[in-house]
Write a protein that binds this ligand. Sequence first.
Ligand code: BGC
Length: 444
Amino acid sequence: MAAVIDTRVIQTAIGSFVIGTDRLRRVESAFIYDLEGGVSGDDQSSLKMLPAFIDLPTGREEGDALALDFGGTNVRARLYHLEKGIATILGEAARPLRETDRENNVCYDYTTAETKPEELFDFIAGIVGEAVGGNNRKSYSLGWTFSFPARQDRLDHAELIVWAKEIAVPGVEGQDVVRLLREALDRRDLKNITVKAVINDTIATLIAAAYSDDKVTAATIYGTGHNTGCREMYVGENRPAQLINLESGGFSKLMQTACDAEVDARSDRPGTQLLEKMVSGRYLGELFTNVVASAVRGDRDEVPADLEDRLSFTARDMSQLLSAETVPQQFNVLAEKLAPVMGDRFSLGRAEIAALKGLAEAISRRSARLVAATLSAIVKHNSKAGEIQPQTIAFDGSVYANMPGVAPAVRAALDELLGEDGKKIELRSLMEGSGFGAAIAAIM
Ligand code: BGC
């Protein structure tokens, strides 16, 4: 049977994802430009650079605190006990925002445009209540990691600017999410819970990492979404330093490939979160799917129009493909999505498998290099007054932790951009920092 996947289309796409050193340096410079613009309040900057109204912890914070983590696919609440730098979990509850059964029927979904804000917040409050075992007597301080762009004027107040990661619940943007949660907690008779702090996940990870490492200067979330937070460097007079959520996923001074433009156009909010759409787990699979769909479309007549929706490769599929060592294993990963869609015409030979693996490598490598360029920019920007100091950048997120080749590619690109100074930068993986950081913030 004739192959129906046109490998030339894939090779062309692979070429378009290559970013050489010169282009990477241009990304780095453009990012520095936007960092400087963000500091001086220039509205040409694509970085929101949101002050977090909190600084790094001392490492001596102790006590009990509730942490609520609401960032995209899952909602999780944990009751922590912190003592002498050690955290114990006393209670926990977690549930995804959307659940489907085995036949892929939706059981519930709190992410859609049909969801009412009260429904979403009642769901979240229910999880918080579960983590304290329904106890509505004892007082608890709650730290909330809210992983979306939010404008703050104090630590316990956050106005959602815009949803990200394809959450579309209307009526929340522009609102104080702490008030919405407060009302939901009250509806559940959980008046004993006080929301003390609301922070972005980059800030939570930064705080969690700094709790035991005083060299941490920045934290990057590199998973479903992407963003970096860091400590403010240029503090004006009479004002303490604070942490800044850069909202770097919104960085837009980038060259899009045709594939990026199509993925962006199909997204809920075209034109926004352009860096995030090139690097984060939520979109890596879409980039891959987009290329595969156009390669299959090489043979037009019999191809279903909704091919892309039906293929829907995920970042997880890409990780599996990249970690599959033998050709039969790689075949299995690809066939699972391709066979049902291509039906009788399905065929997948060695050449196609190699091309598709190359595509996954190219997309993930570009992602890693772009993230590295923004980190190098942050390090350079923050050291512009002098020498680059030895420092740690903390990482959390499934792409960095699980996608084969990504962490080494970030390291290599950082060294490529920083030269000898690259040795001064330690990259540290930190899992679950975002919940822990919120607990510390509540105690702070
Ligand atoms: C959000 C950020 C968040 C990042 C990682 C992005 O979509 O805009 O606020 O930090 O995802 O979760």
